[in-house]
Design a protein around this ligand. Sequence first.
Ligand code: GRF
Length: 215
Amino acid sequence: MARLKVAVLISGRGSNLQALIDACAGPDFPATIAKVVSNRPGVEGLARAERAGIPTQIVDHRGHPDRATFDSALHAALAETGAELVCLAGFMRLLTPGFVEAWRDRLINIHPSLLPAFPGLDTHARALAAGVRISGCTVHFVRATMDEGPIIVQGAVPVLADDDANSLAARVLAAEHRCYPLALRLIAEGRVHIVGERAVIDRSAPATDVLINPS
Ligand code: GRF
């Protein structure tokens, strides 16, 4: 079985990277991580990659005069691996439209809200302030506008009455760790097609439970 070659871009902790590493360690998993690139040196995600024996590279944004040169260095770091798909996993830099276009439909991201609700930062505090009863995470293809693009997988979790941003983030993060490997699997199996600006999934088993909160 030819596995899809993936590169992962990180900026920090790398718990979603870890979920992808763990998934890729499965004998039947259809993807493999060829390289992990971080824009910050010394982050926990790099140590996770090294422990798994995955090549790492630092492309430090501070070493580049502007976004365009940073993005071309990033592009070169990814292209030389032969990566067929790039996964953003807590990558905290905005990418230029040129970069996004170069990787169009081969670049995915995970975001800790049910998009299109709460794009951007501080999602959990904003979800709590809005009083939503259900939150979650979204894996989507990346477009030039931040946190926009065809949705591949979403995971929903309840917001509890005594939640603060940290407790909600932890519950959503657990969902992220399930959703990101699933999205990667679906893409690697060739089951995700973009039709218009929606992602269509072949042969997917729909969730049938309704999440109602409060129950
Ligand atoms: C996650 O919540 C992800 O959704 C967001 O940034 C966070 C990264 O966490 N984009 P980690 O580095 O994967 O632990």
